[in-house]
Design a protein. Structure first.
Ligand SMILES: [Zn+2]
Length: 411
């Protein structure tokens, strides 16, 4: 993978100015894996939701979803942005691919500066609305503060990175089969009171490290159901805590049967190790009553889903102290429980294994079912995840946002 990225990066440099159709055709020729653009931005911590919007716009323009790891903004482009313009309109280039430049700005509707900048750079501009604080944060992360000031002339860039508020990162957006070469399910939520995972598929520890998310900072994990693609990464996250000499407790919240199962699984993975009590693991059963995340005002509301025949599978609403409600289905078939789970939420993350309804025994959701019932899902925003191959192939046709590994949502 690493080698493929490097080759692609070199190829992009040779590309110079080409039309987006050509990029798309070249992507096909090079057999690039159809994944998502902007990994580099995400890795650099440039992960505000508004950045993602820029990426999505570019994806639409390119007619593809693409992982372009070697993407950079060319120094000439930065130099072409006069300090006066940057200052007055909070202009910041986010992403440059060939002749397309996504520009973050606090004034996306003003055509005058856009015309001026397009002329100076010779690039097609795609302005995306940013709050000034986001731009400041982006600059501060993208460069050192000094470099940022020097290369942009924005002397108001401060050393302080503003607090982005509660944030959800898709550590794993794949299904059990790793469709689309995605990581298996894992969500990461960072809020002012706690940082925790929801589900922890086998690929999670590596993915957390790839995304520069601190393992040490994780307070606990909320688990939806007893399928390996949702829990089998947990022993490794716990193992990492041992090597880091963790002393504070780690909580695991799940239905009782899954807590029992997890303890047995940990024992199978590393016999005796977790019995040593090197740090405390708190097992917190949750079934039909809400319960708080330990030591916080965060409340977790369980909703029984329809997935495993003989075991309780839960979806969760997490009510954060910042007055944001995030819901996640885990795995489930369609039913009235989806309506209850979605109600009054700021964000609903829902599994979407198939495009068309699958075999009824499979007990998963399809895009068509979600779309058909969309008016019943009273959420401010809906994001599809846990997509199988047929769903991924048609993801660009969908009416909803789709997750990808590394996607960050500022709640
Ligand atoms: Zn699953």
């Amino acid at each position: 993978m690493q080698q493929r990225k490097r080759r692609f990066g070199e190829w992009l440099q040779e590309l110079q100015l080409v039309e987006s159709e050509q990029i798309e055709a070249a992507l096909r020729e090079q057999e690039m894996h159809p994944d998502y653009l902007g990994e580099i931005l995400i890795r650099r911590g440039l992960i505000a939701e508004s950045v993602r919007d820029g990426i999505l716009i570019l994806q639409k323009l390119l007619g593809t979803s693409t992982r372009l790891s070697e993407m950079e903004i060319l120094p000439e482009t930065l130099q072409a942005i006069p300090p006066r313009l940057a200052h007055a309109h909070s202009v910041f280039p986010v992403l440059q691919v060939a002749n397309c430049l996504v520009v973050a700005t606090s004034q996306p509707d003003d055509p005058v500066w856009q015309a001026a900048l397009a002329e100076r750079t010779g690039l097609k501009l795609y302005p995306v609305s940013f709050r000034a604080s986001d731009i400041e944060m982006a600059l501060a992360t993208f460069y050192t503060t000094q470099q940022a000031r020097a290369s942009t002339g924005l002397d108001w860039i401060s050393d302080q990175v503003p607090d982005p508020g509660p944030r959800l990162t898709f550590v794993g957006s794949g299904d059990a089969l790793g469709s689309g070469a995605r990581n298996q399910t894992c969500l990461h939520i960072r809020s002012k009171e706690a940082t925790f995972l929801i589900d922890c598929g086998p690929t999670s520890l590596t993915a957390l490290k790839q995304m520069d998310l601190s393992i040490d900072e994780i307070d606990g994990a909320l688990m939806t159901h007893g399928h390996g693609d949702h829990f089998a990464g947990l022993p490794f996250v716990l193992l990492q805590q041992i090597t880091q000499n963790r002393s504070r407790p780690f909580w695991i919240m799940a239905p009782q049967h899954l807590l029992d199962h997890l303890q047995a699984f940990q024992e199978m993975c590393y016999p005796g190790l977790f019995q040593l009590g090197l740090f405390e693991i708190r097992y917190l059963p949750i079934e039909d009553e809400p319960r708080p995340v330990p030591g916080t005002s965060i409340m977790v509301y369980p909703f029984a889903m329809d997935h495993m025949r003989t075991r309780l599978c839960l979806g969760y609403q997490v009510h954060l102290a910042e007055e944001k409600i995030v819901a996640y289905t885990g795995d489930t078939a369609w039913g009235e429980h989806m309506v209850n789970l979605a109600r009054d939420t700021d964000l609903l993350v829902t599994e979407c294994s198939y495009y068309e309804p699958g075999h009824p025994d499979a007990k998963h959701l399809s895009y068509q079912e979600i779309f058909e019932h969309r008016d019943l899902l009273k959420t401010k925003r809906l994001i599809l995840t846990h997509m199988g191959e047929d769903m991924l192939a048609r993801a660009s046709e969908t009416a909803f946002d789709t997750a990808f590994d590394g996607l960050v949502i500022d709640l």
